[in-house]
Design a protein around this ligand. Structure first.
Ligand SMILES: Cc1cc2nc3c(=O)[nH]c(=O)nc-3n(C[C@H](O)[C@H](O)[C@H](O)COP(=O)(O)OP(=O)(O)OC[C@H]3O[C@@H](n4cnc5c(N)ncnc54)[C@H](O)[C@@H]3O)c2cc1C
Length: 333
């Protein structure tokens, strides 16, 4: 690990004034410290934001919720307003990591966790995301866990978060603050596809701090399912995951949201997939059409063609379970 200075600001503005290209904010540290120990990232300055007043979950004037950037993944998953109004989010968070990690991990840190591509972590190999212009051995190498959608010649890494897949489906909004002021970023625009700049995972500027994530009013609580498929039943990242949310009235799908995890550089949505569900009666045939649309354009690599079939079946299963009614996490043993 390289040497670094340590600062613990008392306010958001103080934190932002300390920010810069060679500085990293540290929250739970569950991803950043691993990356520093492996020399994957080498910040010269660490700004510890754990003392900032960003730990509240509050109702918004429009009937949604504002989640402070430092709310822990555990607190968020088990919060009564989340369990009742946004069970999709609870399910997604509880499908990830371990209880100990979820106690430490923060909301903003989860959004900004880095890929689990083996080559990104291995400083003995090239990686365009770690060292721009050095190459991407995953394209022709070990790529079983990599992207099947939205990848580029420069990078085939996936975004590893479970929580972000649910936030994408729920159309959350990310609140950020920098030296130039505050702005809000729609979740769909927050993470990037790799293109020819895979070193950039998202749209945050170097001086910007995430202050909160806002959820719109809850409309999908009754019919939602987060389904995660992984190599081990716990403590493993998704090979494929699905966030499925339906609003069903009079036996018809009034509105629908679908997002995939483990398949792209960001949670993957496709308007045509959701349109295929809207106005339809839930059925295997309709769910199959949605799965076809969501996977449109999938381009597997040498070792991950199985992900296309796996994702197709997972989408249909998640939609089928969502249509039957939400299994609330609080009701689980
Ligand atoms: C063994 C293991 C298994 C895991 N399994 C899963 C899993 O199955 N599913 C899953 O989704 N995740 C999983 N995780 C990842 C875990 O969820 C993340 O490490 C965690 O959410 C990161 O949050 P943190 O607060 O610890 O972030 P940190 O490590 O503190 O920070 C991560 C990044 O976010 C930046 N940052 C933090 N807060 C802010 C802010 N407010 N504004 C701007 N930048 C900020 C930091 O600078 C850093 O770049 C796993 C992690 C481990 C170690």
């Amino acid at each position: 690990m390289s040497p670094f200075s340590y600062h613990k600001p008392a306010s958001v503005s103080e934190a932002i004034n300390l920010a810069g290209p060679s500085t990293r904010f540290i929250a739970g540290g569950t991803n950043l410290l691993d990356l520093m120990k492996e020399n994957v990232v080498r910040p010269q300055h660490l700004v510890d934001i754990t003392g900032l007043a960003l730990k509240a979950i509050e109702a918004t004037a429009t009937g949604g919720l504002r989640i402070g950037a430092l709310v822990s993944n555990a607190e968020l998953a088990w919060h009564p307003l989340i369990e009742q109004g946004y069970p999709l989010l609870s399910q997604a968070i509880l499908a990830g990591a371990s209880p100990q990690l979820r106690n430490m991990a923060s909301t903003a840190g989860n959004l900004l966790q880095r890929t689990r591509c083996y080559y990104f972590y291995d400083t003995g190999t090239p990686c365009n995301k770690r060292e721009p212009g050095s190459g991407c051995p995953a394209r022709t190498g070990l790529n079983r866990i990599h992207a099947i959608l939205g990848a580029s010649d420069a990078c085939v890494a996936t975004h590893p978060s479970d929580m972000c897949v649910a936030l994408a489906a729920l159309e959350a909004v990310v609140h950020v603050q920098g030296r130039g002021g505050e702005r809000q970023i729609a979740f769909a625009d927050f993470h990037r596809l790799p293109g020819n700049a895979p070193e950039r995972d998202n749209q945050l500027a170097d001086d910007e701090l995430i202050t909160a994530v806002e959820l719109p009013p809850p409309t999908f609580a009754a019919h939602c399912k987060y389904l995660k498929i992984r190599d081990r039943a716990s403590y493993a990242f998704a090979l494929v995951s699905v966030a499925a949310a339906l609003q069903i009235e009079g036996g018809m799908i009034k509105d629908a949201r679908l997002a995939l995890g483990g398949v792209a550089h960001k949670p993957w949505r496709q308007p045509a997939a959701e349109q295929a569900l809207q106005g339809q009666r839930p059925s295997q045939a309709v769910f199959t059409q949605a799965a076809d649309a969501l996977l449109q354009g999938a381009r597997p690599l040498s070792q991950n063609a199985f992900k296309v079939a796996l994702a197709h079946r997972a989408i249909i299963r998640a939609l089928s379970e969502a249509a039957l009614g939400t299994a609330h996490v609080g009701a689980l043993p």
